[in-house]
Design a protein. Structure first.
Length: 106
């Protein structure tokens, strides 16, 4: 039985930090409307605003996705204290989503 070796060409593209070629630079949405500077506020304010129908018309789960996207997109650019505050906002928002689910189930 002959063993067949295949070689793959490696992509010539290199990731350049800050490049406009990154896919996140092209993401646009009209489903959510966060206020300017929302993610620079305290965790309670962020969670409260992301739950509101004005910011997340599709509900708090949409706000959670938006917050997670922001944290992931910020990545290493976020300071440790800012990331902690955003993670705290995620926990508060998650608790609110669970509370809403329990309320609907009852």
């Amino acid at each position: 039985m002959a063993v067949r070796h295949t070689t793959r060409k490696k992509s010539a593209k290199k990731h350049v930090k800050g490049s406009s070629r990154r896919w996140v630079a092209r993401v646009t949405t009209d489903a959510t409307h966060p206020g300017k500077g929302l993610f620079t506020k305290d965790a309670e304010t962020i969670a409260r605003q992301l739950v509101s129908k004005k910011v997340s018309p599709k509900g708090p789960s949409s706000g959670m996705r938006m917050l997670t996207y922001f944290i992931n997109r910020g990545g290493e650019g976020l300071s440790a204290s800012r990331k902690r505050e955003l993670e705290k906002a995620k926990r508060l928002l998650s608790a609110r989503i669970q509370k809403d689910k329990q309320k609907k189930a009852a």
